[in-house]
Ligand binder design. Structure first.
Ligand SMILES: [Zn+2]
Length: 506
């Protein structure tokens, strides 16, 4: 058996100013090649044995004693549309491998919300090109729950499966599910057919957590469909910060040759989601009110042993949704309000990092931090904040995920420092990494359990690392291109009408 395995992942926030060149496609740092995709053996080494989608495909291949070809593993944190040159490079490498032929199956680990400078549907374009070269070899595709589906993705694949958890702690299980179905199809035991569709709704990301109503019940229902004749059913909450035709909620159901059943189950998922549409709407609290509430939640004196920190969630600026990670509204308010014993993760500011490194450990510094990246797609202006403190930590910014999310995968924050103001320890980083793993803090010498407050630039994924130990979470409306106010975004391409932009509670 011979398998072609590849990864191409990007969640595109069309409102983000953060560029997406090829060098961004390297969440897993390679000593040899630096930032950028990994190729061949280097990709196998980086992902084998990890809790990632590629890790699952590699395990399946090993179990089947299959020969593997893994031409490229390219994944970038969310940002603006992928540069054409980057997409052409990644798709080109995969298609070149397809061209060589001789495969029994193709297993792809994709995101499903990639927009490029030229294509609204990057994954559909990749699959269309693969199918044009090789019309027959079965293809398995594993997608993120934040996929925005298009016809081309479904028409040109054999089986498509999506994550059922957010935070995404089932990346491995999802690829395994897609891969197992593919293997049975390759043996001729099943003949997968797929039905997909979308609902005219943009669920808010802050309301998409799979531990919360309504997504919890929707995902449970999708999972249960495998006992009712579905090979696999997936409900995608979608990624709304993308002004493209098919942004929003969708579903795909795979059955063994039974199209009518696939359509019936798909419709049930879409109808249930539509009925829950109001519960996917996020309701805001003004920042001053949030911080006052946080202060009231904090007991006097140091945190009790094992109590855990109060998380101040700077969710407008989540880099895992395309945020610049350099807005300062929430940090500035924390400093202004005099909150004590705080850790802040993180401000993206390579320039300030270099200044702190030049000053050295223990040096007193005064830095102008953040507010350096213009965000023309949203109103207002993010300003730098002046931080005066001591350089506490200098790090190369690399760590391995503790899990449960992406367990074992090597992460790279770039050169990183911690500035201690006396009340707030502020992490400054040079590459975008969302705080979904405890090791992003621990690797910089910050123990969140010793902190009264931890400010995180995240939305839901922080729960994977800190969710179990946090005493409470206070959502802070700051500033950024992941704004929780749809009214701040100009949608011109998404299909209309769509809830909640046009259909207030019909
Ligand atoms: Zn996602």
């Amino acid at each position: 058996m011979r398998l072609l395995i590849a990864m191409m992942k990007h969640e595109t926030n069309t409102f983000s100013p953060v560029p997406t060149p090829l060098t961004r496609f390297g969440p897993s740092y390679s000593e040899k090649t630096g930032p950028g995709p990994l190729y061949g053996e280097a990709a196998v080494r980086a992902y084998r044995g990890t809790g990632s989608g590629l890790g699952a495909y590699l395990d399946l291949a090993e179990r089947e004693r299959a020969e593997i070809v893994l031409p490229i593993a390219a994944g970038a944190p969310p940002s603006r549309p992928v540069e054409d040159a980057a997409f052409e490079h990644i798709a080109g490498i995969i298609c070149e491998a397809v061209q060589k032929g001789g495969y029994d199956g193709i297993m792809l680990d994709l995101h499903g919300a990639m927009v490029t400078e030229s294509f609204e549907d990057g994954e559909g374009e990749l699959l269309r090109r693969i199918r044009a070269i090789d019309p027959a070899t079965p293809i398995a595709v594993s997608l993120d729950m934040h996929a925005n589906l298009y016809d081309a993705m479904i028409d040109n694949a054999t089986v498509v499966a999506g994550y059922r958890t957010y935070p995404h702690i089932d990346t491995y299980d999802t690829a395994k599910r897609a891969g197992e179905i593919l293997l049975t199809a390759m043996r001729g035991e099943v003949r997968p057919v797929m039905a997909w569709g979308n609902a005219a709704m943009l669920p808010h990301v802050m309301r998409q957590g799979s531990d919360d109503h309504p997504n919890k019940e929707l995902q449970a229902r999708a999972a249960a469909m495998s006992t009712e004749g579905a090979l696999c059913a997936s409900l995608f909450t979608g990624f709304p910060h993308a002004d493209i035709t098919n942004a929003g909620l969708s579903a795909v159901v795979v059955t063994d040759g039974d199209r009518a059943l696939a359509e019936k189950l798909r419709d049930e998922l879409l109808d249930r989601a539509w009925a829950d549409r109001e519960d996917f709407v996020y309701r805001l609290e003004p920042l001053e009110q949030s911080l006052a509430r946080a202060k009231a939640l904090a007991s006097s004196g140091p945190p009790h042993p094992g109590e855990g920190p109060i998380v101040l969630l700077d969710h407008y600026d989540n880099c895992a949704s395309g945020g610049t990670m350099d807005t300062t509204a929430v940090l500035a308010a924390i400093l202004r309000e005099g909150l004590e014993n705080v850790a802040a993760f993180a401000i993206y500011d390579p320039q300030a990092v270099q200044q702190a490194i030049a000053a050295g450990i223990g040096a007193e510094v005064s830095l102008s931090v953040g507010g350096k990246i213009a965000m023309p797609a949203i109103p207002g202006e993010s300003r730098p904040v002046t931080v005066i403190g001591t350089v506490k930590t200098i790090s190369n910014g690399r760590f391995r995920n503790k899990g449960p999310m992406g367990r074992g995968v090597l992460m790279d924050m770039g050169p990183s420092v911690v500035i201690d103001t006396g009340t707030v320890e502020i992490a400054l980083i040079s590459r975008h990494v969302e705080p979904n793993d405890l090791n992003c803090l621990l690797s910089l010498g910050i123990d969140p359990m010793q902190k009264r407050f931890v400010m995180l630039k995240s939305r839901i994924h922080w729960r994977a690392g800190l969710g179990r130990v946090a005493k409470a979470v206070v959502e802070c409306a700051g500033m950024g291109v992941c704004t929780s106010e749809y009214s701040q975004l100009r949608f011109t391409n998404v299909r209309r009408p769509i809830y909640p932009l046009d259909l207030p509670n019909r």
